[in-house]
Write a protein that binds this ligand. Sequence first.
Ligand SMILES: Cc1cc2nc3c(=O)[nH]c(=O)nc-3n(C[C@H](O)[C@H](O)[C@H](O)COP(=O)(O)OP(=O)(O)OC[C@H]3O[C@@H](n4cnc5c(N)ncnc54)[C@H](O)[C@@H]3O)c2cc1C
Length: 526
Amino acid sequence: MRHLRFRILNEAYDIAVVGSGFGGSLLAMIAHRLGRSVILIEKNKHPRFAIGESSTPLSNILLESLACRYNLPGIAPLSKWGSWQRTYPDVACGLKRGFTFYHHILGAPYLRDPDHQRQLLVAASPHDRIADTHWYRAEVDHLIVKEAQKLGVPYLDEVTLESVSESENEIRLQGHRNNEDFSVRARFAVDATGPRGFLHHALALQESPLPDFPVTQALFSHFTGVARFAEQISDHDLELPPYPVDDAAVHHVFAGGWIWVLKFNNGITSAGVAATNDLTSRLRLSEGTAAWQRLLDLIPTLKKQFTNSQATRPFTYLSRVSFRSSAVAGKRWALLPSAAGFIDPLLSTGFPLTLLGVSRLGEIIERDWNKPEFAERLQSYASQTDNELLAAADLIAALYATMDRFPVFASLSMLYFAAASFSESARRLGKVDLARSFLLHNDPHLGAAIRRCYQPAKQTSTQQEMTELADEVSRAIEPINIAGLNNPQRRNWYPVDANDLLNSAAKLGSTKHEMSQLLDKCGFWK
Ligand SMILES: Cc1cc2nc3c(=O)[nH]c(=O)nc-3n(C[C@H](O)[C@H](O)[C@H](O)COP(=O)(O)OP(=O)(O)OC[C@H]3O[C@@H](n4cnc5c(N)ncnc54)[C@H](O)[C@@H]3O)c2cc1C
């Protein structure tokens, strides 16, 4: 063992990946598949807790494409609920059929909502088999790091890295492990350690502001004994919702913040709150359990849902949630998007941004390793990563500003759902060029049309202004609206309807026949 460790540490690697969350482990596997010598280094020991649990249709097609392109058969089943259950029944996850939103006025009782004015249900899949998932990260990340080891990636855990030094030809990472000095040399390092992570400290990188984004805090834990929200309300007595509302990423939105509730299939529920400083200081969020109880006291239906709940771990309190690094890449290093920045858990933007970054770094390693273009490609990766973070920040800032006015919030969120569903379908059709950038922010017409909705939304309050905003949103998303979104007749309930997709084939440069073949291939029909 000692001999093996000696050999591992005395080798000079092509790439050292620091951090073995799913992002770091996937990148290490891809680099290994591309013939690079790689080492994967972790501070903790798996299985370990990690937050960031809810996948999306775009994350899943990105994951599936990476698994296919780099021949990672152990990863592919994680891209759908059905294949996950068949292949890894012992690895916990949650069923995510869509995005569920309920609006609350803090301190007021929940009122029946037969017209769905204070709820929004957007289905992401037509049935369970091809549904998205919530990842129970302790088990999923453990599985993925084991897959990396099976492939032959050397992996060292419980490493405390302290410093980094760069020379003309290599980067050296230093620290200690098991009370012994630790040092590893590589030509390139990828930091996959999350926000304010290893290189942020070791290279003393600055934090950049996120213009117009409110300062937010968060508090979260895992619980047992959480009931289902649908049982606390009687809204769905007469009409069946497009999917069971709890089998989803459930968002409870109120002025200044929101609560997430994600159910796993092992009896555990992830729940937490993210909110602006105004609200968090009123709630005294840093007090943990007591603050969580104070918040539940203000939302009677949630209080009922959590009556028999028990936190399975101490609450985690984040005094600052959002983060933007001033630098994303240097000559011999790059941050994954998840280390370069984070905005908010709202709309689950973390997974797709991370996977887009993994995919782009994979392409750079594949095409430009050892070539003069490497540095230039890396810089374009860095600016793309930063621009996508800013695009997510603009959207989520506008959503925070409208959390007190649910119809405006719901209208704005259509911008996200239209861009996300269009991007997913473009990728599934093999037309990646139609949707290369996250939220299509790079598209000169669409990006601008989407951004034009943000500012007016923040000031919208009268019925007339809300109607005008909804019209502006409809115009902005029309070229990419393939899911019948923003249709008043749907009364905020959006099932996945094959006709919407078939009738929108031309928007994706396809025919109805091609779209129909895609639906067959994806297992759309039960
Ligand atoms: C409260 C919250 C909720 C979120 N919810 C969602 C969501 O629902 N959906 C979504 O898409 N995204 C969400 N995110 C974002 C999501 O967490 C990230 O996108 C995701 O975790 C990125 O995965 P990763 O593997 O790149 O990094 P991480 O999950 O951050 O993993 C980093 C790894 O690096 C290790 N590490 C840390 N420091 C060091 C070091 N110095 N040396 C060696 N190893 C180190 C850690 O132990 C860990 O294993 C959320 C984020 C927060 C803060």
